[in-house]
Design a binder for this molecule. Structure first.
Ligand SMILES: C[S@@+](CC[C@H](N)C(=O)[O-])C[C@H]1O[C@@H](n2cnc3c(N)ncnc32)[C@H](O)[C@@H]1O
Length: 231
């Protein structure tokens, strides 16, 4: 697998997160796991709804969510897929455990599990999922690791299946400035915005964009992109 920085256009841009700080990210998200649902409620739930409807996920599929956080999107996926299998992962053991607990409580009969796994190395066979979803993770990975994670997505997706990605929008100067300050203060939590590079990342990884839209919640913009793995 070729994981080095791919396009020359991207390689020439400076990256504010040249190295993934996964250890720090895991510790920060472990710490905030108990209160993280608030952030989803105020900023992410609209994008989650949009991602689910855009993803084409139907009951009976085998679905993977990467970087579940505290499990709000994961619970939507399990609810939409009661007769299928829904697998989740997050690098933070506390986030993964919280997601697993909630799903067991709310959907005791569902085939759903969530584990602590790093998105850069997915422990699944090639072409084993009908759909993959990932919300607000790429901001936290270096460029090389974004490619690494997206190559893994392409590998585990069945040919012709869809990947739905949510990234933090970059279309408002004021919001971008705020995000820049937050990201400089606590990079392991906020990372940096990468939304404008998404089309290049996806096409380099042979994921062809089919749907793309921006939604806004409490002033927070999210880009919801669905791309299909080429056959
Ligand atoms: C901004 S939160 C988003 C959580 C959730 N997807 C949502 O929409 O609210 C980012 C999540 O990515 C997880 N994460 C960061 N790096 C990761 C990696 N390399 N592999 C898997 N998960 C990772 C963090 O632990 C955190 O839960």
């Amino acid at each position: 697998m070729q994981n080095l920085l791919k396009t020359e256009a991207l390689a020439s841009l400076p990256d504010r997160l040249p190295v993934t700080i996964a250890g720090r990210t895991r510790r920060v998200y472990d710490l905030v796991a108990g209160v993280y649902p608030l952030s989803t409620m105020f900023f992410h739930s609209k994008a989650h709804r949009c991602a689910l409807s855009q993803s084409g996920i139907r009951n009976g599929m085998k679905v993977l969510e990467i970087a579940t956080g505290s499990g709000e999107m994961f619970r939507r996926l399990v609810q939409a897929n009661p007769d299928g299998t829904t697998v989740g992962l997050d690098i933070s053991p506390n986030m993964a455990a919280r997601t697993q607990r909630q799903v067991c409580r709310e959907f005791p009969k569902a085939r759903a599990r969530c584990q602590a796994v790093d998105a850069r190395h997915l422990p699944f066979k090639d072409a084993s999922f009908d759909a993959v979803v990932c919300c607000y993770l790429l901001e936290l990975l270096s460029r090389d690791d974004i490619f690494r994670a997206l190559e893994e997505v392409g590998r585990v997706l069945k040919p012709g299946s869809a990947f739905t990605l949510v990234t933090i929008g970059q279309d408002t100067d004021f919001f971008n400035r705020l995000y820049h300050i937050a990201g400089s203060a606590v990079p392991a939590f906020w990372g940096r915005q990468i939304e404008q590079e998404v089309p290049k990342y996806l096409s380099e990884c042979r994921l062809h964009i089919e749907h793309d839209r921006v939604v806004r919640q409490s002033g927070y913009p999210s880009r919801v992109t669905t791309a299909r793995r080429r056959r």
